[in-house]
Design a protein around this ligand. Structure first.
Ligand SMILES: N=CN[C@@H](CCC(=O)O)C(=O)O
Length: 331
């Protein structure tokens, strides 16, 4: 079963550590009780969670991405409302929950999990479409990177045009479109009829984890699909200028910001890596992106917290979300 749960003020209060004389985001953030309410609301940002790891499991990955939302929420709601953070500009929509109606075992065919992922796609698309059609900016905390498909489809459908995407990621997620999983969301979006994904750039791609057939597929579409290797970014002393050039190229039209947490060094994620961006570099790239008026959404995915690092991961996700909002406020 795939359901959309609307978050309430009461839900937030259970997670709040309130202090006299201070206002936390959980006390000032906004709520709605149906997607129709979005049209009548003045807040610019809509935050929601996608609590699933079906896409990761269907892609032979490590589970745990279903827990990122709760780790994020506990930290996010306890951020201070001050001259930088305004709960009044943010709607806390709620989360999408996923419970397959069959038991998953090691023998479950991956295609069966893929069929669930296709159903999640529909729900993510519906939610994102409603947010963008209401003139607002979705900020989604995943979930696996399979949800890029729903982010792109929802945005492109609401705007009635194919969009561009910048994806900060160690992987392309352009694997073959045989069944849906976390490794092929961009391939499905690119090959969809009508076209949903126009230009696509992967920033920080790792040479070691990209199959030869994907490099060849990109080469055949090099005007539309580009990448900047992580190895070249290290050589360029953090690659900030390379990133700015890429954003300038993509922002001729609406574009989405995708961030796979496996791009961040030692970050608890479905494909955790000992070599990648540090969190401060990532925060800087997010801020650069948010400054573009054409940036239409932010999708933060593949974080897989454990009971031990829940608080740290929740804080890291919250920093990334507030960085995006702070820079968007200046666009
Ligand atoms: N979204 C992640 N996709 C990666 C997963 C890599 C891994 O689990 O090691 C991919 O398919 O290549």
């Amino acid at each position: 079963m795939i359901q959309l749960h609307f978050h309430t003020q009461e839900d937030s209060h259970k997670q709040l550590s309130a202090r006299d004389g201070e206002t936390k985001l959980g006390q000032s953030i906004q709520y709605i009780s149906s997607l129709d309410d979005l049209k009548n609301h003045t807040s610019r940002y809509v935050v929601f969670g996608i609590c699933e790891d079906m896409g990761v499991q269907a892609n032979f990955g490590k589970t745990g991405t279903a827990k990122a939302w709760s780790a994020f929420l506990r930290s996010f709601l306890n951020i201070q409302d001050n001259k930088y953070n305004h709960g009044s500009s943010i709607i806390l929509l709620g989360h999408i929950s996923v419970k397959p109606d069959f038991t998953i075992t090691a023998e479950t065919p991956k295609e069966e999990l893929g069929a669930v992922v296709s159903r999640i796609d529909k729900m993510v698309t519906q939610v994102v479409k409603a947010i963008v059609a209401a003139g607002k900016i979705p900020i989604a905390i995943g979930g696996g990177h399979n949800n890029a498909f729903g982010m792109i489809k929802g945005t492109a459908t609401a705007l009635n045009t194919a969009i561009n995407v910048i994806n900060i990621d160690a992987h392309t997620d352009l694997r073959t479109a045989d069944y849906r999983h976390s490794g092929n969301g961009f391939r499905y979006a690119y090959e969809n009829e009508p076209r949903l994904l126009n230009k696509y750039c992967i920033f920080g791609l790792h040479k070691n984890y990209t199959p030869a057939y994907i490099f060849e597929w990109i080469e055949a579409r090099k005007e539309e699909v580009k990448y900047v290797l992580f190895e070249d970014i290290i050589a360029e002393n953090n690659g900030r200028e390379l990133y700015k050039d890429m954003i300038a190229e993509l922002s001729v039209t609406s574009f989405g910001l995708e961030l796979d947490c496996d791009a961040i060094e030692n970050f608890s994620s479905s494909a955790i890596t000992p070599s990648g961006f540090n969190l401060s570099d990532i925060r800087n790239l997010i801020s650069i992106t948010g400054l573009s008026k054409k940036c239409s959404y932010f999708h933060l995915c593949e974080a897989a917290p454990t009971n031990k690092n829940m608080t740290q991961i929740g804080k890291a996700l919250s920093y990334m979300v507030t960085d995006f909002i702070h820079s968007k406020n200046e666009d």
